[in-house]
Design a binder for this molecule. Structure first.
Ligand code: AMP
Ligand code: ZN
Length: 471
């Protein structure tokens, strides 16, 4: 599989350290609010990556953190602490907020067929690991104490900016507006590993440490949780493009300084979902959620298809019109799959050929839109329906669009409607009512309507004549 690696700034053949276990880490959500559909774009594409690797035959162990402590808007001790902000907004404790929005996040993931990672670790579970890493960095001369906080010393690094080919705009997102300069820092890029002196005196969650009572900095959780569950070498690390700087840059700085060797080989970054007015963001307060899409009548699978139709390394613009196009495409696709019959033999040679196109699409830097096109190729192919169904079922192990179950549900519904409309006795009664109306015998027409109603049948008078349905 060829994947674009943000570290080398090019597409590379993916070669895991151990082909018997791909070690994959994903930055998880900050659980102070619902995930917006932009966040979920990132999780959908990471889900497709994981499933593609499994489909291609690699066993995968995937780990994800849940940021349930801290996470300031900037690296300096400024900006808002997101968890406290959420707790204040909803008059709840930080842990109540974390529990509520963690559950909400996984409920959204379920709706979108995003598989739960093998290990999900809340940041508050690993305080001992953070303290150990910070102490080791201090012992190695890679960190220093200033003003009560522990800082990472970026001047000890040969290279700090490793992802410097990203859009300036994307890079700038990590360093938000209104950042005051932290005078404790020796170098501009130094960042906090452990806070004891924070402007957030009301910080709810604090732990004892060798440097005083405090709480971890923004980045340390991902380094420690990854090393705790996946060991000293990581194959692939994922996140949204805004995570590249400063979050992932700082993760690399501290992890490699702690370990004394290279840490992660491949960095997979998903570009943003934007609206007409710019990047979708939780901190702006107004954002789209999966529940909102459902309220407006969209199947979450339509949003998943919408994401798969574009490449993960391109910004994607959300509009209702674009989503409607995806909804139409999804309905048409399901309707076509629903016409396939289960009869016939699976032609293994034809199936292998169909799969080849699909695999090639995945191998080409996860070209999901081409992978979706491979379904249409299947529908057009000259082979048995059984072969086509086998191919579609197989592709859906990666695409997870409910292609087979939605088509089966549609076929069932259509069959029910057909069976219902093929009731000659009801048809005869409806026809008799039409005749009665024509003869202006309204009493008889009403009597028939009532008789049908008693049998649970409703008559609807349409321009095409009287139709009926079961109530
Ligand atoms: P957060 O919950 O804010 O920590 O973000 C969760 C994930 O969503 C991270 O991987 C972010 O990089 C990613 N993300 C944030 N905003 C967007 C967006 N507009 N489009 C796509 N991914 C995003
Ligand atoms: Zn992270």
């Amino acid at each position: 599989m060829y994947l674009y690696n943000s570290l080398s700034h090019q597409k590379e053949l993916f070669v895991p350290n151990d082909p018997n276990l791909v070690k994959m880490y994903t930055c998880g959500p900050t659980v102070y609010h619902y995930a917006h559909i932009g966040n979920l774009r990132t999780y959908i594409m990471e889900d497709v990556l994981e499933k593609s690797l499994r489909y291609l035959g690699y066993p995968v162990k995937r780990v994800m953190n849940i940021t349930d402590v801290g996470h300031l808007s900037s690296d300096a001790d400024t900006g808002e602490d997101k968890m406290i902000k959420g707790a204040k907004r909803e008059h709840k404790t930080v842990m109540e907020i974390a529990k509520y929005y963690t559950d909400a996040f996984f409920a959204d993931c379920d709706k979108l067929n995003i598989k739960r990672p093998d290990v999900v670790e809340p940041a508050t579970n690993c305080i001992a690991e953070y303290i150990h890493m910070v102490q080791t960095l201090l012992d190695k001369g890679k960190a220093y104490l200033a003003g009560g906080n522990v800082y990472f010393d970026t001047s000890t690094l040969e290279q700090y900016y490793v992802f410097n080919d990203h859009d300036e705009e994307d890079l700038a997102v990590g360093v938000r507006e209104g950042v005051e300069e932290d005078t404790n820092k020796r170098n501009r890029n130094d960042f906090v590993l452990w806070f004891t002196k924070s402007k957030f005196e009301d910080q709810a969650l604090k732990w004892d440490s060798p440097w005083g009572v405090g709480y971890p900095g923004w980045h340390i959780e991902c380094s420690c949780i990854s090393i705790k569950h996946l060991g000293e070498s990581l194959d692939i690390h994922c996140g949204g493009i805004d995570n590249a700087f400063p979050h992932h840059t700082n993760e690399i700085a501290q992890s490699e300084s702690y370990l004394g060797h290279k840490w992660c080989n491949y960095w997979f970054h998903v570009h943003h979902l934007n609206t007409d007015s710019g990047k979708m963001s939780k901190s702006k307060g107004e954002f789209l959620t999966v529940s909102l899409l459902e309220q407006k009548g969209y199947d979450p699978m339509v949003y998943r298809l919408f994401c798969l139709q574009s490449h993960y390394r391109r910004n994607l613009v959300f509009s209702w019109e674009n989503l409607d196009n995806a909804a139409q495409a999804y309905d048409k696709l399901i309707a076509r799959i629903a016409t396939l019959k289960k009869e016939g033999e699976v032609d293994e040679a034809a199936l292998a050929k169909l799969k080849e196109r699909f695999v090639n699409a995945l191998n080409a830097d996860l070209n999901t839109s081409l992978a979706v096109t491979a379904i249409y190729d299947v529908l057009k192919a000259k082979c048995s329906d059984a072969t086509k169904l086998a191919a579609i079922r197989d592709f859906d192990r990666v695409l997870s669009l409910n292609l087979i179950s939605a088509a089966e549900a549609l076929a069932r519904k259509q069959a029910e409607e057909e069976a219902a409309s093929a009731d000659p006795e009801i048809d005869a009664l409806v026809a008799a009512r039409t005749e009665a109306k024509k003869a202006k015998n309204f009493a008889e027409a009403d009597r028939i309507r009532e008789e049908l109603k008693a049998r649970g049948i409703e008559i609807m008078d349409t321009p095409q004549g009287a139709k009926w349905r079961k109530l």
